[in-house]
Ligand binder design. Structure first.
Ligand code: SF4
Length: 289
């Protein structure tokens, strides 16, 4: 029987980020994250029946308590996916051991095949080189690496060259996301908006290139991301994407509320098709199945 409820929760740090990507959808400015509250949120996510967690926002690796958070999530049986811009990860043996033992999927950004394109997309000089260093360092763990690319009107012409660069790193997965003017990202709509048919046409070319590659290609249009998961900020407040055609976040209360699961189920259905197999081997049978 197909799964009809969301099994993945997104936990976003929404205090601050060392990057300033102009199309970022995280509404920064909240109070700093607290270790005890973060651990409680992770426990609550598991208690509510989620089997996967994606930890993102600005930037998980800037927090000293991140190892404790990852280890707790892992000990609760969650599939642990962390997205990072890479600046705060020290290339240490300690971090290799941490990723090896407590992270199932580590996402890093790559938005251009050249320094010029990537650094302009990320508004961060030198970031292309930094990501390249991190990917070389993570080489032995490439089966856990997922590369994330935001495609907008600004970098669409670079997509094919980028597809060859991504393939050279042999990540386990390459996720392409259509720019979505949701939340704060709406401020750059005139620069980045890309029409759906152009996004689909260009990404189909990449699908052909990846037909025989070991890297799994995942193409995510903006609307495919609606209705799929709750987004939880580090203070425990939950949000979901608004219904089409609106592009905003709708608050649905605290994850600690007694009716939190009902609120989530009223807004989220299940994982989108393109992303489902990121976590599929970790789905647990339930009474309903
Ligand atoms: S690195 Fe991620 S969280 Fe930080 S500003 Fe960029 S998109 Fe937002």
């Amino acid at each position: 029987m197909p799964v009809t409820r969301p099994l993945r929760a997104i936990l976003n740090f929404a205090h601050r980020c060392a990057m300033n990507c102009e199309w970022c959808y995280v509404p920064f400015g909240e109070v700093p994250a607290r270790r005890d509250l973060m651990l409680s949120i992770v426990e609550r996510i598991a208690e509510l029946g989620f089997t996967s967690i994606t930890i993102g926002g600005g930037d998980p690796f800037q927090y000293r308590f991140l190892p404790a958070l990852l280890l707790r999530a892992k000990s609760l049986g969650l599939f642990v996916h962390v997205d990072t811009h890479g600046k705060n990860i020290k290339q240490s043996e300690e971090n290799i051991l941490l990723i090896d033992s407590a992270v199932d999927l580590l996402g890093l950004p790559l938005d251009g095949s050249t320094q010029e394109v990537h650094d302009q997309m990320r508004d961060s000089k030198g970031h292309f080189d930094l990501v390249s260093r991190r990917l070389n360092w993570l080489g032995p763990l490439c089966s856990k690496v997922k590369l994330n690319t935001v495609i907008s009107a600004f970098n669409i012409d670079d997509l094919v060259p980028l597809s060859h660069l991504v393939a050279s790193y042999v990540p386990s997965r390459w996720s392409i996301y259509q720019y979505w003017p949701v939340g704060p990202a709406v401020r750059v709509v005139s620069k980045h908006e890309i029409e759906d048919f152009i996004f689909h046409r260009e990404t189909e070319c990449v699908r052909e290139i990846y037909a025989n590659k070991s890297t799994i290609l995942e193409i995510n249009s903006r609307d495919s991301r609606r209705d799929t998961y709750p987004i939880i900020h580090h203070d425990g407040e939950m949000f979901v994407h608004s219904q089409a055609p609106a592009n905003s976040f709708v608050p649905i209360g605290s994850i600690f509320a007694s009716h939190a699961l009902e609120n989530i189920l009223a807004s989220c259905i299940t994982e989108r098709h393109a992303a489902a197999d990121r976590y599929i081997r970790y789905l647990k049978p339930t009474a309903e199945q």
